[in-house]
Each structure stands twice: as structure tokens, then as C-alpha cells.
Design a protein around this ligand. Sequence first.
Ligand code: SF4
Length: 309
Amino acid sequence: MKYIFGPVPSRRLGWSLGLDILPYKTCSYDCIYCELGPTTRLTSAPVGLIEPGAVLAELESFMVSHPGQVDFLTVSGSGEPTLHPELGALIRALKRRYALPVALITNGSLLFRPEVLERVRAADLVLPSLDAVDPETLAAVNRPHPDLDLDSLLEGLLALGRLPGPRLWLEILFLQGLNDHPDQIARFRQVIEKINPERIQINTVVRPPVEAQAMPLAASRLAQIKELLGPRAEIIARPDRRSERTIQLEDEIITLVSRRPSTVEDIAQLTGCTPEEALSLLQRLMAAGKIIPAPFDREVYYRPRTRDT
Ligand code: SF4
């Protein structure tokens, strides 16, 4: 599958099937905490390299072969989905075809543009991010495209909050020493009151980030912040519960398939796992958007996901 991933169990959305509608790491931000690596195409302009028809065709084939396995269709993936000019048409097509709610995960940076707000209107649930309430922190944490700034981000989030239709769950990712100062928390609270989201979802870093200075907050500090942000706040950060061995094997597999495309059997042999274990690790890596299958001559090979795939 090139454009869909999962379904993955999500505490927020149940079994969520992800739709990836942009080339890898095409984003308006280059966040220091991104788990997908550095942004390879930093842009604030519409890009539409992936045809919605191709995404819908792949989705249809999945839905036919996996009936009843999905609770939410979630447009997200490895870039900023609101950059896609046909996002709105895609969401409307999803809603017409499937009796499933559609969620949109966005960094929120482009919502100040009326045409972008129009694109998100058809979603049932929009989950934008807000990691900074001052320009310096936005620049340090999210490293936005030069066209974007804090004023435009807040303008967009306020407009989303006023939009009739989609429910709004605002996510804030806290980083040690960067956006967790008591003054910043107080300012977050003021801004959130104006945006008026249904839920405030508190997160921190749980996977290796792009930059080492993106340090997670302790669970006790997250709990304090939750109290400070009021009754609509909830902690969604979950520790990475993969064992050391799983982390090491996943790293080994990525290295192996980066050298040459490999089958499950190749990977089992080279890593010393059973074929079942290798397949389960490959499925996790596919769900995380790190590798893709590459069928060839009646075999399925796996290779890294790149910006073009
Ligand atoms: S907005 Fe999301 S995809 Fe883009 S750089 Fe930040 S974390 Fe990564």
C-alpha cells in the first residue's frame, strides 16, 4: 500500500486507517520533535502530486478485503495534508463512499487561508497542533516556512474554532525547557480559551526526534500541566513500550532494506528472528510509514519509504 497505513489502534480514534496524501515529508514545518526525520520539502504553497483517485482506489481495495476493521479514516501521514489543494474533495468523497467518520490531523499552520479552511470543513474531526504561544518558541520548535508566523497560526486556529461542522481537538506537544515554562502555560490557557476546542490533548516526545534538544517532559510535569489547562485537557502521550530488542531489530531492518529490498525470509535469516516475528516487525514499520512493500516477480520485497513513495 502506498497511500494508506494501518489500521493502527488509537486511544483517540479506535482503529484508525491513515491516508497519506502528500509526498514524504512535504510540510510547512520542520519540527525538531518530528519522528519522521527532517522535512525534505519545506513549503507553504499548495502541492498536489498525489492524485486523490489513486488514494481512493487503494482504499477501496483495502476496505473490500478488510471489512469492518476500521473505526475512523484519518487523513494525516508524513507531511502537512492541508497543503493538498484537493483535500476537501477527497474528504467529501470519503464521506460519500464509506459510513465512517473522517478525521484530519494537521499542524494548523495554513488554516488562516480561507481556501484551506474550506478544505477542512467537511471533516468530522480536526486535530490541529499548537506547540507555541510566542514567536521565538514557534521558530525554535516548529521551524515554519518563512511565509508563516504565530499571528497567522492563531488566526487560523481561531477561525477553525468558529467553523460550524468539525469537532476540534487541539494537541499541544510539550518539550522540556522549550514550551513548558509557567508563563507559557498561562498564555496557552488564555489562547485555548479563545479557540475553544472540545478537547486539549497533551503530548510529549515518545520516539526518537529529529533534534536531540527535543526532550520529553516527565509524566509528573505533564500531569501538572493537565491540571493547569483545565477540565478539557487530557494526556495522550504514551511511553514507547517497544522493548530494547524490538527497537534494535526495527533499526536493523531499516538498515537492511535500505541496502537492498528484502523479503520476509531474507529479513528473518539476516536478523535471526522467526519469519512470523519478522513479518510482525515489518507490519509495525509499515504502519509507522517507514517502509513499503514492493511486489516483484511473485515475491513481496520491502524497501524504505522515500519522499517519492
Ligand atoms: S508538522 Fe508534523 S510532519 Fe511536519 S515536521 Fe512537524 S511533526 Fe513532522
